[in-house]
Write a protein that binds this ligand. Structure first.
Ligand code: FAD
Length: 509
């Protein structure tokens, strides 16, 4: 039997394309992919049970960690990325790309039995001599960047957790402490160096390959190419300031109403202000808390004072915690870092910030009944449930319009928006389907409520989306069609569309 299969395999190898072979004999074909890469690169290919393989399998969520490639390949230069893409696209071998490995779902930047290109060694960071931009390799995490910029008195529009990758966060948008002043991370990229499906290396800037530059700002990398260098705008920045407050769950409605006001009125009048509200379930008490983080890009001049824009939160009664801290961006993103090693899912809904109080009462009640259903069925697991509110004020949307705007299609005329996401985490694999289906149902129910209250927007934020959400369709029909035509232009054979697995793909042939 084995011999017959072997002979058939050789016959197929001679007569059909790699993709047909991959379909008939996928595991052998994928070994061929790893062998072809090893031959082309003389090293840099890591197989299971080796130290290099284990080092590359460094993922934040357990679902990604458990999704195991046939091999990791870790290029050391843009030229090697080009060789890898050429080998994989010519052989029609499935692959994915890993930046910081922080997308939670299986296949976010991992692939079962395929090839994972780990960008970890592309980790250069160079500040320009005029101190206006920094070139960052895609294997970096935000802490690598801020630890260089902080001592120089410089800042970057980047992530708020030290371990998150520069790549994925920037390609999907990139919410930062500084977004009220400058937009999301993608709005502050001056130049992308990109390896296309063919292996060709190009630049994308506001003047060179302008269409690709537009598409990479929110369109995600996996439809266009592998970014091998980001040139990011930098600016003068000292320490930042935060006020952290906690209230009992009974204050949810008041806290969220202050957050609406802050988003609609406060942030546009003080662009250095940002923040979030998390409604968190506590298994120890069976109750909820409303936890608020109010961040300002400028430390108040008199110690102990609160920026006027945040004052209303001080008047909410019964705070159980109220503290302020000042520190470098590196201090902040280190203290916020969310630990590795749990199972995660999330998804988001973006609504007009002008929702009525009744909308929030209804969606909080949906959130709580969703939690009751989940908790009744999880069989003693350690489950953690949050509804996270983040601002998209008009000043931020205005900042998104620079350099021809980005692919996400938000306009100041949409008014201020609030993103509500639902990060859920647990420990036991047996609860995966339960958590996925419950979170998807919650999102569908909240979308239906948002439509009923006429506050719904089709926009979904890629970086906090569930894999089942059709992210790019939410950017609007015109932007979607434009993204497809740009993908076709730079990858006429739709190789990336077919071979780069997982993530939020444009649907086209
Ligand atoms: C704890 C935590 C904190 C977070 N904080 C923030 C935050 O403050 N602001 C925010 O906006 N988001 C935040 N996020 C969401 C985060 O932006 C996304 O999870 C993002 O995808 C992570 O980037 P990564 O490089 O680590 O991801 P990866 O999982 O490595 O990659 C994500 C996607 O990008 C693709 N990709 C990676 N590198 C490249 C490249 N060089 N070229 C082309 N495609 C590439 C991958 O194939 C994959 O499809 C956070 C997530 C977590 C888990």
């Amino acid at each position: 039997m084995v011999v017959i299969f072997g002979t058939l395999g050789i016959a197929l190898l001679c007569s059909v394309s790699g993709i047909t072979l991959a379909a008939k004999n996928p595991l052998h074909a994928r070994d061929d992919a790893c062998r072809a890469l090893a031959a082309a690169l003389a090293g840099d290919v890591a197989y299971p049970n080796t130290t290099s393989y284990l080092q590359s399998a460094d993922y934040w969520s357990l679902q990604q960690l458990e999704t195991q490639p046939r091999c990791f390949v870790a290029p050391k230069s843009t030229k090697e990325v080009s060789t890898i893409l050429r080998v994989l696209t010519e052989g029609d071998w499935p692959f994915t790309v890993k930046g910081g490995g922080h997308m939670p779902f299986s296949g976010g930047s991992s692939i079962e039995n395929g090839v994972t290109i780990d960008l970890v060694h592309l980790n250069d960071i160079k500040v320009s001599s005029d101190r206006r931009s920094v070139s960052v390799g895609p294997g970096n995490r935000w802490i690598n960047v801020t630890e260089i910029l902080d001592p120089m008195g410089l800042g970057v529009v980047g992530g708020r957790d030290m371990n998150v990758g520069v790549s994925g966060l920037t390609l999907g948008g990139g919410i930062s402490f500084f977004s009220g002043m400058y937009g999301w991370a993608c709005d502050n990229v001056r130049r992308y160096e990109v390896v296309l499906a063919s292996g060709r290396i190009v630049n994308a800037t506001p003047t060179e390959n302008k269409d690709l530059y537009w598409a990479l700002r929110g369109g995600g990398g996996s439809n266009f190419g592998i970014v091998t260098r980001f040139d990011l705008v930098i600016f003068d920045q000292g320490e930042v300031w935060e006020n952290g407050l906690s209230f009992p769950g009974s204050s949810n409605a008041t806290v969220i109403s202050h957050f609406q006001n802050l988003t609609i009125h406060g942030m546009p009048s003080d662009k250095g202000a940002t923040g979030f509200v998390g409604i968190n379930y506590h298994s120890s008490t069976g109750g909820y808390s409303a936890d608020v983080g109010l961040v300002h890009a400028t430390v108040p001049s008199s110690p102990g004072s609160i920026p006027a824009v945040f004052e209303p939160f001080q008047k909410v009664p019964s705070a159980t915690a109220n503290s302020t801290i000042t520190g470098t961006v590196s201090n902040f993103i280190t203290s916020i870092a969310t630990p590795y090693g749990r199972r995660w899912t999330w998804g988001n809904v973006v609504v007009s910030a002008s929702f009525p109080g009744k909308f929030i009462t209804e969606i909080m009640s949906l959130f709580e009944s969703h939690n009751v259903a989940l908790l009744q069925n999880e069989g003693g697991d350690d489950i953690s449930l949050t509804a996270l509110f983040q601002p998209i004020p008009v000043n931020l949307i205005e900042a998104m319009q620079k350099n021809g705007g980005n692919a996400m299609g938000l306009k100041p005329s949409n008014g201020a928006l609030i993103m509500i996401s639902f990060p859920t985490s647990w420990t036991e694999a047996k609860n995966d389907e339960l958590a996925y289906s419950a979170t998807r149902k919650l999102i569908a129910d909240i979308e239906a409520k948002a439509i009923e209250y006429k506050v719904h927007t089709p926009f979904v934020y890629m970086n906090y989306a569930d894999i089942k959400q059709e992210v790019q369709k939410g950017y609007g029909k015109e932007n979607y069609a434009r993204l497809v035509s740009i993908a076709r232009k730079y990858d006429p054979q739709a190789k990336l569309s077919h071979l780069w697995k997982g993530y939020f793909k444009l649907q086209y042939l």
